[in-house]
Design a binder for this molecule. Structure first.
Ligand SMILES: *Cc1c(COP(=O)(O)O)cnc(C)c1O
Length: 376
């Protein structure tokens, strides 16, 4: 047996979630957001399983090229644009669509004089999040510069900061700023991430940009994924590699932060922060062992965690689920003081991925390829 930790990726669930997304905005096209190695699920396998979407959104040129090298022909949108002039011809050659979010990105594009035939560029507008984008007041002057670089009218996009809070006025204010800034300009519009798709139907526009939801995770704190009809795509599992009895007073792990109160059994599972399990998972965090839920005890090590098995032992090799089917990653994130996004895309490279439920050719080779050009 090799080290048993494994991220099982269920493509049937992924396709199911895509349908849920489609039904929420049937009139919109979909940029499936698969940045950060497909939120940790494997860039290329995920792209192949999501065939049928109108496009894929990634963060960098490297990720875009990875898709092209893997044979993906669908539209690809690079959310962070280019970082240098050198990237401009590469991006054009690979037929990528770029987000132009700042003056200096536009200057890089304009500096490469011979490339004025971009299929489409996207003008990003900062409507209040104060991350990327031009201020609304500059849209009218930036827009024609993009027009002269591309064949199609520029796409118009913004990002919403508070879309997970339906009651907060900020999203409506952002959408109003967007409408005002883009009034009368031709071009496709795109505003909605997963949370906006659920909370603000008005944000759907021409293209939606769902990420997290596709992976079966709820973007809303108060609504479980199950209620939204979503199914978890990743199940991070491992096995018990040691089982031992403890008696009152016995301490477990670094810092001896947990001590047994009574006679019982503990299990050591092969998973730690070196695999992407959060170091800040507290004592009592739920871990699925066999058919039951047991509490995490002691500190998380790099390669191991300890689990309180209670009065009865479990066999070495008993299956352990850290998150996924039967144990939502949202729950682990919440108790560890983080967000599910971080846990999913933080699954370490050393964790074996297994893809199931959808025909994908040579998934193991794909996995290697899915990391091929990601910067280290
Ligand atoms: C990551 C990202 C998304 C997707 O967000 P989710 O919350 O995962 O749906 C959409 N748009 C932009 C610009 C992003 O960076």
């Amino acid at each position: 047996m090799s080290r048993p930790i494994c991220a099982r990726i269920d493509f049937t669930a992924l396709r199911h979630n895509l349908n849920v997304v489609r039904n929420l905005a049937p009139q919109s096209r979909i940029w499936a957001v698969i940045k950060a190695n497909g939120y940790g699920h494997g860039l290329l396998p995920v792209a192949r399983a999501l065939s049928g979407v109108e496009g894929f959104a990634v963060s960098s040129l490297e990720e875009g090229l990875c898709l092209r090298e893997g044979g993906v022909r669908t539209a690809v949108l690079v959310l962070e644009g280019v970082f240098s002039r050198e990237e401009v011809p590469q991006a054009r050659q690979a037929d990528l669509e770029l987000v132009v979010h700042s003056e200096w990105v536009l200057e890089h594009l304009e500096a490469v004089k011979k490339i004025t035939d971009w299929p489409r560029l996207w003008l990003k507008i900062d409507t209040g999040m104060n991350r990327l984008g031009f201020p609304p007041s500059r849209v009218q002057s930036i827009y024609p510069r993009l027009c002269s670089l591309s064949r199609e009218p520029p796409g118009l996009m913004t990002h919403l900061a508070m879309a997970d809070r339906p009651g907060d006025p900020m999203t409506r204010i952002q959408m109003d700023h967007f409408d005002e800034a883009t009034r009368g300009l031709p071009g496709h519009r795109s505003l909605a991430n997963s949370a906006a798709l659920l909370n603000f139907p008005r944000a759907a526009a021409d293209w939606i940009r769902p990420g997290l939801m596709l992976f079966g995770v709820s973007p809303l704190e108060s609504v479980p994924a199950e209620t939204l009809g979503l199914e978890p795509v990743m199940t991070l599992s491992t096995a018990l590699m040691a089982v031992k009895p403890v008696k009152p007073g016995d301490a477990v792990g670094y810092g001896a932060t947990w001590q047994a109160q009574r006679n019982g059994w503990i299990g050591i599972a092969a998973a730690g922060y070196g695999d992407g399990y959060p170091y800040h998972a507290p004592q009592g965090a739920p871990v699925r062992v066999g058919e039951g839920i047991c509490p995490l005890i002691g500190r998380v090590s790099m390669d191991m965690i300890a689990i309180d098995l209670g009065p009865d032992p479990q066999p070495v090799g008993a299956p352990v689920i850290l998150w996924g089917k039967g144990l939502p990653v949202e729950q682990i994130a919440r108790c560890s003081g983080t967000i599910p996004y971080e846990l999913l895309c933080g699954v370490a490279q050393r964790v074996r991925h297994e893809w199931r439920g959808f025909p994908v050719t040579e998934p193991q080779a794909d996995h290697a390829a899915s990391h091929c050009t990601l910067p280290l």
